[in-house]
Design a protein around this ligand. Structure first.
Ligand code: MRU
Length: 366
């Protein structure tokens, strides 16, 4: 369904659900982000192959949103399974889960969310299958609603690091379109707006898929924030001019030593920020922290098709036919370049091996 010409069209992109379960509990509903900003199109997906493809093609994208989509997706995939034996049901579940886990390799939220869903089944192998299906639905819905609270808390914690009137730079889209609400790197921007902070926000266009231009600039502008789009190679220029007081980015995976994978180009922004003395903050839900990996060199980095660089955005080719292309989708920012990692539990700083361990092993509040 298109938003165009629809008199009941919600006012802004922020009033659409990035990722949700439909009212009949039978479909994953997403905004097709490959169509933005030109067209707002909602997709209702019921087949596990279509859900896999939506994640792979970045129709739904951004680490937290991928996790939520996978959780809802694996529920949708098995909810109609007509089996009476729990072991057979678990095999069907595992097949769908393992398949969805192959859609994208870098964002750990995908595996984190699927593992949470897996635990639900494993812990209830003696229960009725219908009961387990309902528990899976509840877990998927919880993963989604927790994300809203987590992002809001990241925003509150990040807001303590800046002041009214500041210039903020972000890369890629770690916005509402990458989560359920608020985003991670954009959460302080939205919360600052609620408080009348008057931030000036600069957004890198983020080649090759233009998540900054197509998505972040779009959602922030629709929200009425003061947003300026720049090309990826301009971050040095705006920092040299003194226009940036802090950089906020999202992340796809944080290793135990604080090295952080995020959209390709993030590490360049971090290095430039260090050069100009601008604080560089990574906004990370704890679901994005992977302490099983000692450092960023262990994070699997997705490589995507060359056509994303050579021919995706114009009728005309953008590069000579047959040219060799290297298209890693993420890079790793060394922990030395990161001023702080903003989580829902507070801001952690170097030495990250210690602060991240303490964060992950924090005692549960009673
Ligand atoms: O390839 P994408 O568009 O999924 O990459 C997204 C990013 O790199 C985001 O910054 C990251 O997932 C954090 S989203 C809160």
């Amino acid at each position: 369904m298109s938003g165009e010409g629809d008199q009941f069209m919600p006012k802004t992109i922020l009033e659409y659900n990035t990722v949700s379960l439909d009212e009949k509990n039978s479909a994953l509903v997403i905004v097709d982000q490959t169509q933005l900003p030109g067209r707002i199109e909602m997709l209702s997906l019921t087949e596990v192959e279509d859900i896999w493809e939506a994640i792979y093609l970045l129709k739904v994208r951004g680490a937290p949103a991928i996790g939520v989509a996978a959780a809802i997706g694996v529920y949708v995939a098995v909810k109609n399974a007509e089996v009476s034996d729990m072991q057979v049901f678990y095999e069907k579940f595992r097949k769908a889960k393992d398949y969805l886990a192959t859609s994208r390799p870098t964002a750990v939220n995908l595996f984190w969310a699927l593992d949470r869903m897996d635990s639900v089944v494993k812990e209830h192998m003696d229960s009725e299958i219908d009961e387990v299906k309902e528990l899976l639905r509840l877990e998927a819905v919880n993963i989604r609603s927790e994300d809203i609270e987590v992002c809001r808390r990241i925003g509150e914690n990040a807001l303590t690091l800046v002041k009214p009137g500041d210039g903020l730079l972000t890369h890629c889209n770690a916005g509402q379109l990458a989560t359920v609400k608020y985003g991670t790197a954009t959460a302080p921007m939205y919360l600052g707006q609620e408080k009348g902070y008057g931030f000036h926000i600069y957004v890198d266009e983020t080649r090759p898929l233009l998540q900054g231009a197509r998505l972040t600039a779009f959602e922030l502008q629709e929200a009425g924030l003061d947003v300026t789009l720049i090309c990826d190679n301009m971050s040095g220029a705006v920092m040299k001019k003194g226009l940036i007081d802090a950089v906020f980015v999202g992340c796809d995976r944080v290793a135990a030593n604080g090295d952080t994978a995020n959209k390709i180009g993030t590490s360049v922004v971090a290095a430039v920020a260090r050069h100009y003395g601008v604080p560089f903050y990574v906004c990370a839900p704890t679901s994005t922290i992977d302490i099983s990996l000692s450092g960023g060199d262990k994070i699997p980095i997705e490589e995507r098709p060359p056509e994303e660089i050579t021919e995706m955005w114009y009728e005309k080719r953008m590069a000579p036919k047959g040219v060799k292309v290297y298209n890693p989708c993420f890079d790793v920012t060394d922990h030395e370049l990161i001023t702080g990692i903003v989580t829902e539990y507070g801001v952690v700083q170097a030495p990250y091996e210690v602060s991240i361990k303490n964060l992950v092993q924090r005692p549960d509040p009673q």
